[in-house]
Design a binder for this molecule. Sequence first.
Ligand code: PLP
Length: 405
Amino acid sequence: MDWIARRLEVIEPSPTLAISAKAAELKKKGEDIVSFGAGEPDFETPTHIREAAKNAIDKGMTRYTAVSGTVELKDAILTKFKRDNGLEYTRNQVIVGTGGKQVIYNFFLATLNRGDEVIIPAPYWVSYADIVRLADGVPVLVSASKENEFRISPADLEKAISPKTKVLILNSPSNPTGSAYSRKELEALGEVVLKHKLLVMSDDIYERIVFDGFEFCNLAMISPELKELTFIVNGVSKAYSMTGWRIGYGVGPVEIVKNMDTIQSQSTSNPSSISQAAAEAALKGDQGCVLEMARAFQKRRDLIVRLLREIPGVEVNLPQGAFYVFPYLTGVYETQGFKKLSASSEEKSKSKLFCAHLLDKYKVAAVPGIAFGDDEALRLSYAMSENDIQKGVSRIAEMVRDFSR
Ligand SMILES: Cc1ncc(COP(=O)(O)O)c(C=O)c1O
């Protein structure tokens, strides 16, 4: 039976979710797995946010809401943009969705025609390219080299633009590398964006997790002209440790928001009313919990980067934000042991082979770099205790030692 639609031929299940699921399954079977796979904070959702959700249930906020979110949450989002970014929007420029992921998905469904090109700096978050393909667009990958700390230059951007280019995706701080663009770098990219009148999808989901006093900036904050061309995606998942609550939001041009609303009205309707009340409390409440979590992530970043740099053949960048590192394994791929493993395997992707062996023999889950567009690397999420970081990295070191014997 030919039941499955052709559009499924161009996409794959999210590899990060698949690896997290596999690690969870092995753990459930009693195996001592250290999982660097999951892209979610390990903290409890702060108490005042959980209380707000309980109150919402008790007060009967259990009905459908407006498709694009409650007025109260939209106002909290408007306040957030004013407070954190100095940006003013109106209610009809805001849409709330079931996670940032749905907002991104609906943004591309609302903006792309068949064949429209979307520029994606690589390494990139796994879902961008597949969402673009599902929306009939064409992902155009622009390599952001590790020498340039995974940031594209204005010249890189200029080279990738064609008459079919419609959207540029910027994700800062980035998943998977943790790199972030400074205001100055964004100003330079902004000139190219203005020259070609590109529409920009700025994925700011890791905005609040930044280190060493890094000052977050996005393109809309550079100038009113760039603000007109920018659609910002953000959410409560990462900043407030609320991944399961599924609330994301977007702000931008009224026309785009209106059409995203139409799409949402014919698919999922409003996101959970209870989660919306919780997100409102998160955005309006004391922001101390966010800073506390960011401080813990910075300590863990320092630890994991230091430990990984002690492993021969591994090269690591110093992330400015998010909770991922993207170590390069080029030196490890050169070892006799890895070459032997590679020769005995059908697997063509080195990073997939490395990760499969790591999970199978050393009980550590990590995501192959190829999932993010770079087979030389590995993505490790350090949203875990310092003990687990130590345990997991020492197992990676053991595997590399065994390869070198
Ligand atoms: C770069 C990036 N954007 C968006 C999302 C979506 O997050 P959520 O749907 O939980 O809001 C994620 C989650 O992993 C992400 O890493």
